[in-house]
Design a protein around this ligand. Structure first.
Ligand SMILES: Cc1cc2nc3c(=O)[nH]c(=O)nc-3n(C[C@H](O)[C@H](O)[C@H](O)COP(=O)(O)OP(=O)(O)OC[C@H]3O[C@@H](n4cnc5c(N)ncnc54)[C@H](O)[C@@H]3O)c2cc1C
Length: 413
């Protein structure tokens, strides 16, 4: 009797759990839409093979044809609301798109060429007025305009609150003076999203107050852009930017004066998620080349890939990329569901950048001397794999974030 009752209770609980599971089950499968999106991006990328990217790495020219091909099929507006010409999809779909681009062999040369399109204008989407969105977003979606993101400054570094580029209000305009550094795509950009100081930090309530955000024309009569010779990703320029009395109409201010830091903070987590996806894509590109080479290169009478010393590092890299991908998709899902995603987004960016870097290193070692030759592409990947480690935030600062915000340890900086 007791047994019967127990069984009934268990059956009831199980039925309830099953019903609930249908609603809340953890589902690791990509949706049909996500799968077809990946396929469509792969198809576009197939038109831009290794030689295209090798040439861009050599001549440093912006990959215009690639940018145009993505724009032509509407992909540059993947996260921009449909009302402004975009597709209105989530950060999960954008992450799949960016991972696919990097994994095609385009690496960061391809991903960074469109990265700003994907989430850079989020502050405009969230805090801009309807008139601003109608004016600013469609040209970005169509590819008619390119934008850069100007935050980092030579004397502030990671301490954004210390930034000193000033914007002074004069009637219906602001006048901007100052200098930025490491600003990607400023050579080809028509517009810039720029963070400035409008209230001196000593007069602000807290150091991050008094910063104001503008989306405005990069008017080269008042803005000098000097390219930085750098280690990799030559096709996508990074620059010193000197701003001398740039007049900006008040209509180009995004949101309220003094609240710019809060606005860009909103975009930090999605950007970390996208960078993570790009690093994973690059790692897979490296792993694919390494695996193919390990199968075909014969030394001591057998393919080098038959040796465990070659196999094991590659297998380990695959597992680490897989783990990083899981947490990246988790972070993307959380963001799209409106769930706090700071710990997952930071973890994703940290793990993915390290896993991508390690896969690129392993790819070179698998190729032996040939890994050092440009013709085999993996040395280019290794140079590019340093970017997601450093930008937009370094591994040290991510560890500080996790220590403080997740583990509750005292703030160390
Ligand atoms: C290729 C590339 C493209 C970029 N594109 C852009 C762009 O488009 N727009 C833009 O605004 N910026 C861009 N950046 C800038 C990038 O976001 C910064 O380089 C990055 O945020 C690090 O800042 P920093 O270089 O000034 O380092 P610093 O702040 O000078 O730090 C130097 C080192 O010290 C460490 N450090 C500092 N303080 C601490 C602490 N308290 N504890 C532990 N370690 C610490 C850091 O982790 C780092 O390793 C780009 C950078 C690169 C390399």
């Amino acid at each position: 009797m007791a047994r019967g009752r127990l069984s009934g209770a268990v059956a009831g609980a199980l039925a309830g759990a099953r019903a609930q599971r249908e609603e809340t089950a953890i589902d690791f499968a990509l949706s049909e839409l996500q799968q077809s999106l990946g396929g469509a991006i792969e198809k576009i990328c197939a038109g831009f093979g290794d030689d295209y990217w090798l040439e861009r790495d050599h001549d440093g020219k912006f990959p215009e044809a690639f940018h145009r091909a993505l724009a032509a099929d509407g992909w540059l507006g993947v996260c921009i609301p449909q009302a402004y010409g975009g597709s209105g999809l989530g950060i999960s779909e954008a992450a799949i798109m960016m991972q696919t681009i990097a994994a095609s062999g385009a690496g960061f040369s391809g991903a960074s060429a469109v990265h700003m399109n994907i989430f850079g204008l989020n502050p405009v989407v969230v805090y801009g007025s309807d008139a601003q969105k109608r004016r600013m977003l469609p040209p970005i979606v169509s590819g008619a305009e390119k934008a850069c993101f100007a935050v980092t400054e030579p004397n502030a570094g990671l301490e954004t609150a210390k930034l000193a580029t000033r914007a002074e209000r004069r009637g219906d305009r602001y006048v901007i003076n100052g200098a930025k550094i490491w600003i990607s795509t400023a050579q080809v950009a028509d517009k810039m999203l720029i963070l400035t100081r409008t209230t001196a930090s000593e007069n602000a309530r807290k150091p991050t107050d008094g910063l104001t955000l503008f989306y405005t024309a990069l008017d080269r009569r008042f803005v000098e852009v000097r390219e930085i010779e750098k280690m990799g990703r030559k096709a996508v320029d990074s620059n010193q930017v000197f701003i001398d009395a740039l007049e900006v109409p008040v209509e180009d201010r995004i949101g309220e004066e003094g609240r710019g830091f809060d606005y860009i903070l909103d975009g930090f987590n999605p950007e970390r998620i996208l960078i993570a996806a790009e690093a994973i894509g690059l790692g897979h590109a490296a792993l694919k080349r390494a695996t193919a080479y390990a199968k075909e290169r014969v030394v001591f009478g057998r393919p080098i890939g038959q040796n465990q010393a070659i196999q094991h590092p590659l297998a380990q890299c695959w597992m680490e990329l897989e783990a990083a991908e899981l947490v990246t998709l988790k972070a993307a899902w959380q963001y799209d569901q409106g769930v706090a995603c700071g710990p997952a987004a930071n973890t994703a960016k940290y793990l993915a950048a390290e896993a991508g870097f390690k896969a690129c290193q392993a790819a070179i070692m698998t190729h032996g001397g040939y890994g050092y030759a440009k013709e085999y592409h993996v040395e280019r990947y290794l140079r590019e794999s340093m970017i997601p480690r450093i930008a937009p935030v370094t591994p040290h600062l991510i560890l500080c974030f996790i220590a403080e915000r997740v583990l509750g340890l005292p703030k160390s900086y």
